[in-house]
Design a protein around this ligand. Structure first.
Ligand code: ZN
Length: 243
């Protein structure tokens, strides 16, 4: 089966539609690694678009924040304002969709979580040492994570058993080769690796081949809606910088 692997849409329908359009005809099913909402201007539209697709979606910290399951006093003031706006904007039906999302899911050779296998909602895997601590926390060969908004692959080196990271080579299909890996497809709606383009992945489970991708989308259109809804300035400008 061919899978569209996506994460961190963050209520950015323009970026989400761009990814769906760009990958059209290349997948049969969607794995969404959470944070469908939060930060962006289109929480209802993104949930509703996702619901139309054949998909499996995990819960992220921003989905939980929108459900009041988290103490948002730990969020920075801009993120908190966006959470409050999202809570007030989500329809009851879309809130129910978010409430039903699982925290982890294991399917075939793959474990799916939003953040990390040992802390599925919260932990940021931003370095090799953190990835290394997470390998014992899942049993399948491969684990897909989101949350950091940075596409990357962590694997275990054959020579010394140490965890190593490698940057994605975009548009280059890569055989997973049975070696244990933690793979982040990057963020659709709010990339944070100094590259403002939307990130996603395509996985073919039959051949075990994965491909990272990046595509441009109309950032200005999203920013205009965020201004209209008076969302925080910093959240609006960061989209064009990919930070
Ligand atoms: Zn996120």
């Amino acid at each position: 089966m061919r899978i569209l692997v996506i994460s961190d849409i963050h209520a950015n329908l323009t970026a989400f539609e761009a990814v769906l359009q760009h990958s059209q005809g290349e997948w049969d099913f969607v794995w969404c690694l959470g944070d469908v909402v939060g930060y962006g201007p289109d929480p209802n539209e993104c949930v509703e678009r996702l619901k139309e697709l054949p998909q499996l979606c995990l819960a992220g910290n921003h989905d939980w924040a929108a459900l009041n399951r988290l103490d948002v006093s730990t969020f920075n003031p801009d993120a908190r304002r966006a959470v409050e706006w999202t809570q007030a904007t989500l329809t009851p039906a879309n809130t129910r969709f978010l409430e039903a999302l699982p925290v982890t899911f294991v399917i075939g050779d793959y474990t799916l979580v939003h953040a990390s296998p040992r802390e599925p909602i919260w932990e940021y895997i931003l370095e090799e040492s953190i990835a290394e601590l997470n390998f014992p926390h899942f049993e399948t060969p491969y684990c897909f994570v989101g949350h950091t908004h940075q596409p990357i692959i962590y694997s275990i080196a054959a020579a010394d058993g140490k965890t190593q990271s490698s940057k994605p080579q975009y548009d280059e299909p890569r055989a997973l080769n049975g070696k244990r890996q933690i793979i982040n497809p990057g963020s659709i709606g709010q990339p944070r690796d100094q590259n403002p383009k939307a990130a996603y992945g395509i996985l073919d489970t039959a051949s075990g081949i994965f491909e990272h991708r990046r595509i441009p989308y109309n950032i200005k259109a999203v920013q205009r809606r965020m201004y209209d809804y008076q969302l925080p300035e910093r959240l609006i400008t960061r989209l064009e910088h990919g930070i």
